[in-house]
Design a protein around this ligand. Structure first.
Ligand SMILES: NC(=O)c1ccc[n+]([C@@H]2O[C@H](COP(=O)([O-])OP(=O)(O)OC[C@H]3O[C@@H](n4cnc5c(N)ncnc54)[C@H](O)[C@@H]3O)[C@@H](O)[C@H]2O)c1
Length: 201
């Protein structure tokens, strides 16, 4: 069955990720809290500058595989790519927190959630897992949960998204393996990377 992937945050990381996944045949729901961003993307346009991105987003929208919305819905995989700006030398995790809260009501057994935002160590286990577990499901047992920080540089994102090696940490070894398997058809570097298995609790 075709995988449905929900990408939260349609900025420099989330929008290219959503468009690449959609043009590789996944059904992708792109979620952004900014209604202007949602409208622009649904019209096949983009709100950020990145070489090749407009053409890719146009193709993704035209294929019917990508649609943008202001809130998430049921999916097999949730990818969190929201901002984590530094404030007084500390990462502001409020966007990660609110994005995670918006996923929790839609989480089902067997789903995978991947945090791709740049965050301090232990954010996945100490912030994201407890919020998702408010669904009544247990991280690593009922659903898979992993952290896979994005490493691309603006200006070359579409190439680096596919070719850069990635590091994946799962709340359990199965969560890391699931995150590795899930998009390895799109991002071949996932095959080559060695998941770092972190048990957070
Ligand atoms: N931009 C880069 O080159 C780069 C490279 C590596 C890692 N990162 C990391 O990736 C993460 C995302 O960065 P970015 O540059 O894509 O940010 P961005 O500011 O370009 O885009 C983030 C988007 O998320 C949306 N958003 C905020 N809260 C939301 C929520 N609760 N639900 C849904 N959408 C929400 C915003 O409206 C915005 O459109 C950050 O942690 C950043 O440090 C960025």
């Amino acid at each position: 069955m075709r995988q449905r992937i929900c990408v939260l945050g349609l900025g420099y990381i989330g929008l290219p990720t959503a468009a690449v996944l959609a043009t590789h045949g996944f059904e992708v729901i792109g979620v952004d809290v900014n209604p202007n961003v949602v409208n622009i993307i649904n019209n096949g346009d983009i709100h950020i500058e990145e070489p090749g991105l407009r053409t890719l987003v146009q193709a993704a929208i035209k294929s019917g595989n990508l649609r943008a919305k202001p809130e998430p819905e049921e999916a097999d995989v949730f990818i969190i790519a929201v901002p984590t700006p530094l404030r007084d030398r500390r990462a502001d995790l409020s966007y990660v927190e609110s994005a995670t809260k918006s996923i929790a009501p839609h989480l089902e057994k067997g789903n995978l959630a991947i945090l791709e935002s740049t965050v301090p160590p232990k954010t996945t286990g100490k912030l994201v897992a407890p919020i998702l577990e408010q669904s009544g499901l247990k991280a690593g047992k009922d659903f898979y949960l992993a952290h896979c920080p994005e490493r691309v540089l603006p200006g070359n994102i579409l190439k680096e998204l596919i070719e850069n090696d990635r590091v994946i940490g799962g709340v359990t070894p199965e969560s890391a393996r699931k995150a590795q398997e899930e998009t390895s058809g799109v991002r071949p570097s996932f095959f080559g990377c060695l998941p770092l298995i972190n048990v957070f609790r």
